[in-house]
Design a protein around this ligand. Structure first.
Ligand SMILES: [Zn+2]
Length: 79
């Protein structure tokens, strides 16, 4: 198998450090939520879609003062 990436070992509880070059390139910091999935052979990691600060919903959201809020929560706040 040919590898093109950086090879790292996970520690005894499965933790893995993401290389700084990748974190910097993708703008990841300690507060970035990551979504981890697998197709049974490979593991994929990507930035999680930002959800509503109140309920976590990711569809039909608006950005207000750098915080994301969904239509439903916005409607509740307006009442
Ligand atoms: Zn919401």
């Amino acid at each position: 198998m040919q590898t093109l990436g950086i090879i790292r070992k996970a520690d005894n509880v499965g933790r893995l450090v993401l290389p700084k070059t990748f974190r910097d390139k993708l703008g990841l910091d300690k507060d970035t939520n990551l979504e981890i999935t697998s197709d049974g052979e490979c593991i994929f990691i990507r930035k999680a879609a930002e959800g509503c600060i109140f309920c976590g919903k990711t569809e039909r959201t608006y950005l207000f003062d750098n915080k994301r809020i969904c239509e439903g929560c916005l409607s509740k706040l307006q009442k």
